[in-house]
Write a protein that binds this ligand. Structure first.
Ligand code: NAP
Length: 276
């Protein structure tokens, strides 16, 4: 199977991830993996797409669980000798009315959205083949949260030299600061989801830079994007886009032609590069 192109979408049993798999099944010339932390929910989602005449494959993936990520790594390496498209879509958000203490919300949200996504990247990016595409689903909430940061934090998050270790330190500090109830004094905005997505956008900028430095000749394109405000369990029924519409920008980035030299290391919404 080493010559069969393969695409993987995290958190794709429902919502935008599910719609991304649907679109890739129609447009990507290879195997498309719908992944879910719960195999039952994953298989149900696969069956739904099969009813539409589509043929996604399934693999379990819980991005909070390093063993699960490594099992997917080993499977892809063994069966395909790598990976062509990776869409990091899995994410969580507490509802506005949720009364869970903010420090707990911060820890739980950062754990999945930032640290889980980062662990997937650490394990799977080395498998991405030349001309591969990586799409990290962030949010416009990352831009608005950036605007709510102190000037010092904004400078760090916009820096072209910030390292992954420094970013991890900052994300860890946010969680620690919420536990001590000093996060606002320390220059953080009052949004755990927003900060977690700052982490995803900045991580993408760093990873794109690393690809430029270490794998320049491989022509891999890696970007972050916002899907828009999408009617899913996360955003609710009042959102303006359908899941299929929300999938458009991530799918556009996942299917950039092999002769494209950009976008790379950018943050996009509505298929348009946004200023960070
Ligand atoms: P959703 O309907 O709640 O779906 C989230 C998906 O992520 C589900 O499949 C969920 O699985 C999965 N997931 C959560 N934690 C996971 C983990 N630890 N391991 C693996 N999968 C996990 O949300 P959505 O609206 O489609 O959101 C998809 C992405 O778009 C997220 O990154 C979100 O932050 C981003 N986004 C959404 C909007 C919007 O308006 N909807 C706007 C901006 C950005 P379970 O079913 O098992 O929970």
């Amino acid at each position: 199977m080493a010559n069969v192109p393969v695409a993987v979408v995290t958190g794709s049993n429902k919502g935008i991830g599910f719609a991304i798999v649907r679109a890739l099944c129609k447009q990507f010339p290879g195997d498309v993996y719908l992944t879910a932390r719960d195999p039952g929910r994953g298989q149900e989602a696969v069956a739904k797409l099969q009813e539409e005449g589509l043929h996604p494959l399934f693999h379990q993936l819980d991005i909070d669980d390093l063993q699960s990520i490594r099992a997917l790594h080993d499977f892809l390496k063994e069966k395909y000798g790598g990976l062509n498209v990776l869409v990091n879509n899995a994410g969580i958000a507490f509802k506005v009315r949720d009364t869970t203490p903010f420090a707990v919300q911060a820890e739980v949200t950062l754990k999945t959205n930032f640290f889980g996504t980062r662990n997937v990247c650490t394990e799977l990016l080395p498998l991405v083949k030349p001309y591969g595409k990586v799409v990290n689903v962030s949010s416009m909430a990352s831009s608005s949260a950036l605007g709510g940061c102190s000037r010092e934090l904004q400078e760090k998050f916009r820096s072209d030299t910030i390292t992954e270790d420094e970013l991890v330190e900052l994300m860890t500090k946010f969680v620690e600061d919420t536990k001590k109830s000093v996060h606002e004094k320390e220059g953080w905005p009052n949004t755990a989801y927003g900060v977690s997505k700052i982490g995803v956008t900045v991580l993408s900028r760093i990873q794109a830079r690393m690809l430029n430095e270490k794998r320049k000749g491989d022509h891999i394109l890696l970007n972050a994007c916002c899907p828009g405000w999408v009617r899913t369990d996360m955003a609710g029924p009042k959102a303006t886009k359908s899941p299929d519409e929300g999938a458009e920008t991530p799918v556009y980035l996942a299917l950039l032609p092999s002769d494209a030299d950009g976008p790379h290391g950018q943050f996009l919404s509505n298929k348009t590069v946004r200023t960070w």
